[in-house]
Design a protein around this ligand. Structure first.
Ligand code: SF4
Length: 686
């Protein structure tokens, strides 16, 4: 330890990495964060993972933080005053709007920043840009959850709490989720649940760590979740394990579902998923017979061209056995980014105003027009995944990106580059000079979670405080103040004294946040929405007694294969995902030396059988190609993936896997199919 306790103070805040929402004490000496210690939060109970402990603060003091506005002149970034930069930003966006209309502009908001920034960002886009072309990175991770759960249950969020689904449960159905690496503190709690007797069923194409704790591993072929769910439901219905009373009283659409799943016998599904029929029967019995059994899922369900259908299939399963609206049950997506739940709640979506109030509903548009004192564009906007092709076509001219790096995160990188190059004007507000920022006309310095007050909403809908520990760097200003200033200079006056004031406006406009304010958030448990008024303690379990939409809706969903399957030219099915030590683009974890010593390069997991066939040994350099291009990386040979399948993490600039992923989309949520594409592999003999 490089400090004496008496020299420091501790500021409790919320971890800036994954959606678990662990509480952390930042140890501050002067204006520098020198350590991070676990705090006793409701989701983490004094636990922190390696990212929370070591990578939650070092980036804050990094020497390469952006500290002043930059304007690109003759291809070079030069320092500018705030007034010069904001004048240019407001004038350019105004000119583009006047020449081509508000729908020629768009904004991508930041799911790593606080709710209050996200609220003001979407308000700036809707009022000053005059468009609903606003989105956040949920589009490429859990947009299928928002759409799929909203349609079937009436609310697109986790139904129960982390504590509830990992304490005193009889079984856990874990689908397409690798929590020991992606949500490590939840992974630990699932492991503890198994130690206390819960039977764990893992459905995943990879042998993830929790397979070692599982009663059963359904090692399904990638992209077959819908078929698996239909097979499980076929067994449950045929064995008389469905909860007929729950179905009759609380749901609709059951007869169509029942007729559809009749074709998905264990034998048929076993062939599609490439597993044994007996395993499907066994899994269905474990799940249906358990008294308390949550479904927990993640991006292995959502990031498919059938992602929304996969999510609806999870709702179908839970409703069929009446395991929803009850303790220890429910449908529980593990949201990725620390505040991706919040960015969606705050209306950073082309379809929804804050609180999932629909742009398509004229009464909602009028409500916000009245509240914000302006006329709003009534047209549903474009998703981020639609904005990029629209920029290539020339329909989107100006883009404001707050804290996202789509060059690294979005599929088919060359197509993203082309889109950014084609823009007339790009503004990026960031902590660091990212690959995307390099394409900007203006870069505005952002401030990190440790330099601001506000709130994050974790995966279980829990709104928790983010507290300022140190002063912002250089000339950097509050992010929400920058958006308010841009809007003001574009003719929509806006000003906020504090994040608390913004939360008060949020509470007035979102019925589900009506009882939330900063004073109440001093409660160490935060508040879980819906929290409708000052007397409402919040809602740990949703859909008790009645679904948010009234009756739960069964959706009869036939299985459809992924859009690109292996063939002779590209014979391996590739999936992508996160590893324990790093977080997404590594903009934060990559600035922590100890983490880089453990893990500093990309790799591809290849099965022994395929590696032998290709003449590749563990650690060899290999070339991986798809129809989009080629990258080079290192082989990690083993049995984590099955034969004919490979897996790559998405964190590293050497071998940026998104150069080769497939930009095809789910029709409903427009989410990309990161989890399945076809690749070829060859050794590089140096
Ligand atoms: Fe942070 Fe997630 Fe790790 Fe908790 S589990 S410490 S929120 S990265």
């Amino acid at each position: 330890k490089n400090y004496r306790d008496w020299e420091t103070k501790k500021i409790q805040t919320t971890c800036p990495h994954c959606g678990t929402g662990c509480q952390v004490n930042l140890v501050v000496k002067g204006n520098k964060i020198v350590g991070a210690e676990p705090a006793n939060g409701p989701a983490n109970k004094n636990l922190l993972c390696v990212k929370g402990k070591f990578a939650s603060y070092k980036f804050v003091g990094s020497d390469d933080r952006l500290t002043t506005p930059l304007i690109k002149r003759d291809g070079q970034f030069v320092e500018a005053t705030w007034d010069e930069a904001l004048t240019l930003v407001a004038d350019k966006f105004t000119a583009l709007k006047q020449a081509h209309g508000g729908d020629s502009l768009a904004g991508f908001s930041c799911s790593r920043s606080i709710n209050e920034d996200n609220f003001v960002f979407e308000k700036m886009v809707r009022t000053a840009f005059e468009t609903n072309n606003v989105d956040n990175c949920a589009r490429v991770c859990h947009s299928a959850t928002v759409h799929g759960l909203a349609q079937t249950l009436g609310s697109g969020a986790m139904t129960n709490t982390i504590e509830d689904i990992t304490t005193d449960v009889d079984a856990i159905l874990l689908v397409g989720s690798n929590p020991t690496e992606a949500h490590p503190v939840i992974g630990s709690q699932i492991r503890q649940a198994v130690q206390h007797g819960a039977q764990l069923v893992v459905a995943d194409p990879r042998k993830i760590d929790l397979v070692h704790n599982a009663k059963l591993h359904l090692q399904v072929k990638g992209g077959t979740n819908v078929a698996l769910a239909n097979g499980l439901m076929n067994v449950i219905i045929n064995e008389g394990l469905a909860d007929e009373a729950f179905i009759a009283q609380r749901t609709e659409g059951y007869e169509a579902l029942k007729a559809m799943v009749a074709d998905y016998t264990p034998e048929v599904v076993a062939e599609i998923c490439e597993i044994e029929p007996e395993a499907i029967v066994q899994a269905a019995r474990i799940y249906a017979n358990a008294k308390k059994a949550p479904i927990i899922y993640c991006l292995g369900v959502t990031e498919h061209s059938t992602g929304t259908e996969g999510v609806m299939s999870m709702s179908n399963l839970a409703m069929l056995v009446g395991k929803i609206g009850k303790p220890g049950c429910g449908v529980n997506p593990l949201r990725g980014q620390n505040n991706v739940q919040g960015a969606c709640d705050m209306g950073c979506s082309p379809f929804d105003f804050p609180g999932y109030q629909k742009v398509a509903n004229q009464d909602v548009v009028h409500k916000f027009e009245k509240a914000w004192g302006t006329t709003l564009n009534p047209k549903i906007g474009l998703t981020s995944t639609q904005v990029l092709p629209a920029a290539i076509r020339g329909d989107i001219k100006g883009l404001y990106i707050f804290g996202e790096d789509p060059i690294v995160t979005d599929p088919d990188t060359s197509h993203v580059r082309k889109a950014l190059e084609n823009l007339d004007f790009l503004v990026v507000q960031e902590l660091f000079m990212t690959e995307t920022a390099a394409y900007a006309d203006v870069i505005l310095p952002g401030i990190s979670f440790a330099e601001k007050d506000g709130t994050f909403t974790n995966t279980e809908r829990r709104v928790q405080r983010v507290r300022k520990a140190v002063e912002p760097r250089g000339l950097a200003r509050e992010d929400f103040a920058v958006f308010a200033e841009v809007a003001t200079r574009m003719g929509q006056p806006m000003a906020y004294d504090s994040a608390s004031d913004i939360m008060d406006e949020i509470a007035q406009l979102l019925p589900t946040f009506g009882g939330i304010n900063f004073k109440r958030l001093e409660n160490p448990n935060g508040l879980q929405w819906p929290c409708r008024d000052q007397d409402d303690p919040g809602t740990p379990i949703m859909h008790v007694g009645e679904f948010s939409r009234g009756k739960g809706l069964f959706m009869a969903i036939p299985y459809k294969p992924a859009k690109e399957l292996p063939d002779d030219a590209y014979p391996y099915m590739m999936s992508t995902g996160r590893m324990l030590y790093h977080y997404n683009t590594r903009a934060m974890t990559g600035r922590t030396e100890g983490i880089n010593q453990i893990s500093d390069h990309s790799y591809i997991e290849i099965n022994y059988e395929d590696a032998n066939h290709l003449g590749i040994k563990d650690g060899d350099k290999v070339k991986v190609s798809s129809r989009r291009g080629s990258i080079e990386t290192y082989a990690a040979v083993g049995d984590r993936v099955m034969a004919d399948s490979v897996f790559m993490t998405f964190h590293f600039p050497d071998g940026n896997v998104n150069e080769i992923t497939n930009a095809v989309f789910d029709d409903i949520a427009i989410i990309p199919e990161y989890k399945v594409c076809a690749v070829a592999i060859e050794p590089i003999n140096s």
